[in-house]
Design a protein around this ligand. Structure first.
Ligand SMILES: [Zn+2]
Length: 247
């Protein structure tokens, strides 16, 4: 049903590629002939050319080990630069939730990368939460929307209430290394009854120093999680140096 709605929406609304602005075309006859294949192959917000350019980017699998924080393995698929910045901007600030369908394909690939090291079928997906004030302002948590897609595609359980962000934090990629750690240290609380005895995979949109993920992992391990690893859609190439922003 979702595939049909995507196809009709594309045909009627004349969606454009969020990177190059080219009009996306949809062949409804092709969709009606093989809806399943259409759904798998067609994108709703990226043209073929932009999608394949992104797909050629090198993926990342790294161990994040921050002092006094739980170490974890993070798989990430795309460098946070040019076209991807543009797409994420559309998502976060133009409320363009249609891009989630296409972005989740890259998150799926990150999960496949992690699966080389971790038995993902035994894990629980936990999206990194926003503080309630930011959630109220934006109306959605982009990490949660993407996590829902990959939970469905990989048939993995998801638990959105496992973590809560107990205080507002500044955007990580605008901070220096030490500031990032301070910014998110102790900012998360886990619900013991939901995480005790489970293996967790955290889901977030962007990996910078890994301080946010490590802080989440700390909270989860303190509440009895057996292991914590993570996938993110994108990874920052160069840490920025700016100072801590006041919220
Ligand atoms: Zn394009």
């Amino acid at each position: 049903m979702q595939g049909f709605l995507d196809a009709v929406s594309l045909a009627l609304c004349q969606e454009k590629c969020r990177v190059c602005n080219e009009e996306l075309k949809v062949d409804l006859i092709e969709f009606l002939n093989s809806p399943r294949e259409w759904k798998e192959l067609n994108r709703t917000t990226l043209c073929d050319s932009c999608f394949f350019k992104l797909e050629l980017e090198p993926s990342l699998l790294k161990i994040v080990n921050i002092e006094n924080m739980a170490p974890l393995l993070v798989a990430s698929r795309l460098p946070y630069q040019g076209p991807l910045k543009k797409i994420l901007y559309h998502l976060k600030y133009d409320d363009d939730r249609l891009v989630v369908k296409d972005l989740a394909l890259f998150l799926s690939q990150a999960l496949d990368d992690l699966a080389k090291m971790v038995r993902i079928k035994d894990c629980l997906l936990v999206p990194v939460p926003l503080h309630w004030k930011r959630l109220l302002k934006r109306g959605f948590n982009q990490a949660e929307l993407m996590a829902q897609r990959v939970a469905y595609s990989h048939d993995i359980r998801i638990e959105k209430r496992a973590l809560a962000r107990t205080r507002p934090t500044a955007t990580q990629h605008q901070l220096g290394k030490q500031e990032r750690k301070l910014n998110v240290s102790g900012a998360f609380q886990a619900r013991r009854r939901l995480v005790e005895g489970t293996h967790i995979i955290l889901v977030d949109d962007l990996l910078t120093s890994g301080a946010t993920l490590s802080s989440c992992a700390n909270a989860l391990m303190d509440s009895g999680a057996l292991s914590v690893n993570a996938v993110t859609l994108a990874y920052a190439l160069q840490p920025a140096k700016q100072t801590l922003q006041k919220l």
